[in-house]
Ligand binder design. Structure first.
Ligand SMILES: Nc1ncnc2c1ncn2[C@@H]1O[C@H](COP(=O)(O)OP(=O)(O)O)[C@@H](O)[C@H]1O
Ligand SMILES: [Mg+2]
Length: 331
């Protein structure tokens, strides 16, 4: 495996940018403790991979890893999913069921999209995190929860706290250690390595054209790595040759490359070149003039002799002299 490639619990990851290497290094340090970790970042930035990295780097790595998305569970099921229930706890509870906290015992429980948890569950979660034990639904025996919790959110939880949507105490309990994952547009060095990695995973194409690479780098990836992965998959299918072309990319990405064409830079270069050639022409003209005047001085103004020494015809010399008189009048 290349040094910028990793695998955490079966998920392959590529981290090339300094920003992501720092994130990984911090998570490596975080993983050595049992503190809760809150991973914040836009959707598709790789929060789940990083949560897996925490488990992978921790002493719990051989113990269970259990993940659940708080957004995917209907509100009325969150409680029974997390804490389990006893037989007969409610109609339909024919047998006892272990909750996710129990399944994760000794290991790590990843609570994805924690910002979606309703306020009633927020209280319950806080209680478990504080006491380390809980009751199954309908149960009377306490269940110990030896679980390390890692949570992720794409919301700005501090804002949710200020807006009264998320409990401040739970926020602080979850964010004993905090990490923020930068969006892909802020770590452009990751774009091409990730694109190459996905292309290698999904197709036999050999790469991207230079133009296609420029478009991929210019686009701002609101859907982050997830969007990049999907774009690479679809353009690899559309592309007919060995190499994915800019025209195989979705229109928005193709046109991002067009917009970013460094026209202004070329314009600047062109005007620099014009200035340079004007400057050079001026410099040549002035040294030519000096030379002619010097030779004329040496021939005491004898134009034919001077022309011979200079290797030009007498007519050319006289034209040059006329143009100098003109420019002298003009200046
Ligand atoms: N650094 C990375 N290397 C490889 N794949 C990545 C990376 N970051 C994200 N992905 C992929 O992008 C998709 C979204 O990642 P995920 O961790 O689910 O994002 P989030 O939880 O932040 O929404 C997944 O398919 C994941 O495998
Ligand atoms: Mg996610």
């Amino acid at each position: 495996m290349r040094p910028d490639q990793h695998e955490f619990l079966g998920m392959k990851a590529v981290f090339c940018s300094d920003a992501m290497r720092n994130v990984l290094a911090r998570l490596h340090r975080f993983a050595q403790s049992n503190a809760t970790v809150l991973i914040e970042g836009e959707s598709g930035t790789g929060k789940e991979i990083l949560a897996r990295a925490v488990h992978h780097f921790s002493l719990r790595r051989l113990q269970p890893w259990v993940d659940v998305s708080c957004a995917a569970l209907p509100e009325h099921l969150v409680e029974s999913e997390l804490f389990g229930y006893e037989k007969g706890a409610f109609s339909g509870a024919h047998t006892r069921k272990e909750g996710l906290f129990e399944l994760a015992n000794g290991g790590t429980l990843f609570l994805d999209e924690i910002g979606e948890l309703d306020t009633r569950m927020q209280v319950k979660l806080l209680r478990i995190l504080d006491c380390g034990s809980y009751y199954r639904l309908g149960g009377t025996c306490k269940v110990e929860a030896n679980v390390r919790v890692v949570a992720a959110t794409n919301r700005d939880l501090e804002k949710s706290v200020s807006a009264g949507e998320f409990r401040k105490d739970l926020y602080h309990r979850l964010a004993q250690l905090r990490i923020s994952v930068p969006p892909l547009r802020e770590r452009k060095e990751d774009i091409l390595p990730l694109a190459g990695f996905f292309l290698g995973q999904y197709s036999a194409k050999s790469g991207f054209s230079f133009e296609a690479e420029r478009c991929l780098e210019a686009y701002n990836w609101p859907g982050n790595v997830r969007e990049l992965r999907n774009v690479v998959m679809s353009s690899a299918v559309i592309s007919e040759g060995h190499v994915v072309q800019a025209s195989d990319l979705p229109a928005a990405i193709h046109s991002a490359g067009e917009c970013e064409r460094p026209q202004a830079q070329y314009d600047g270069m062109a005007s620099d070149l014009c200035n340079l050639s004007a400057y050079t022409a001026g410099a040549i003209e002035s040294s030519e003039r000096q030379l002619i005047l010097k030779v004329l001085g040496e021939t005491q103004g004898h134009q034919e002799k001077a022309a011979r020494i200079l290797g030009i015809s007498a007519r050319t010399l006289s034209r040059r002299l006329k143009s100098y008189q003109l420019s002298e009048k003009a200046s």
